[in-house]
Design a protein around this ligand. Structure first.
Ligand code: DQA
Length: 145
């Protein structure tokens, strides 16, 4: 069974208590359960991880490239400025979908830039956990085609 890495950047372990008006009250564990349920429907396995550390995230992207694993990625604040993450993703060997819980385009100006978007197959933003579930569906379709 193909494993999809579902990678989450800084502050996303705080889901549930972090700005609930923006990100809701469900937790990262709830997100993992939602992703696992969708993956099971699609015949995929998910390996969901979170880190506040740019180096650790870059290392996971290298691991995915080496193992040809697709990625669903919420880069969180790294979205907006991490050229190191962008360069790591440019080496990808399998599909990549960028996701956001909120809709960055409808928020502060600094969130309107994604340095990651240009190296992704696509972006799903603004739908809460459903952003991830739609991204998993996109990954399933991309690996099947
Ligand atoms: C986010 C949006 C980013 O702008 C922010 O820095 C995050 C979360 C989202 O999922 O909506 O940490 O990626």
């Amino acid at each position: 069974m193909l494993t999809v890495l579902v990678l989450n950047g800084p502050n996303l372990a705080r889901l549930g208590s972090r700005e609930p008006d923006v990100y809701g009250t469900a937790t990262l564990d709830d997100l993992a359960a939602a992703c696992a349920a969708t993956a099971a429907e699609l015949g995929l396995a998910v390996d969901l991880r979170q880190t506040d550390d740019e180096a650790e995230l870059v290392g996971w992207v290298h691991e995915a490239a080496d193992q040809r694993l697709p990625i669903v990625l919420n880069p969180a604040a790294f979205t907006h400025y991490s050229y190191a993450l962008r360069d790591a993703l440019a080496m990808r060997t399998a599909p990549l979908v960028e996701v956001h819980l909120s809709n960055p385009a409808a928020r502060e100006a600094f969130r309107h830039t994604s340095v990651v978007a240009a190296v992704a197959d696509g972006t799903v933003a603004g739908f809460g956990f459903m952003s991830y579930q739609l991204a998993l569906r996109a990954i399933a379709a991309l690996v099947a085609s």
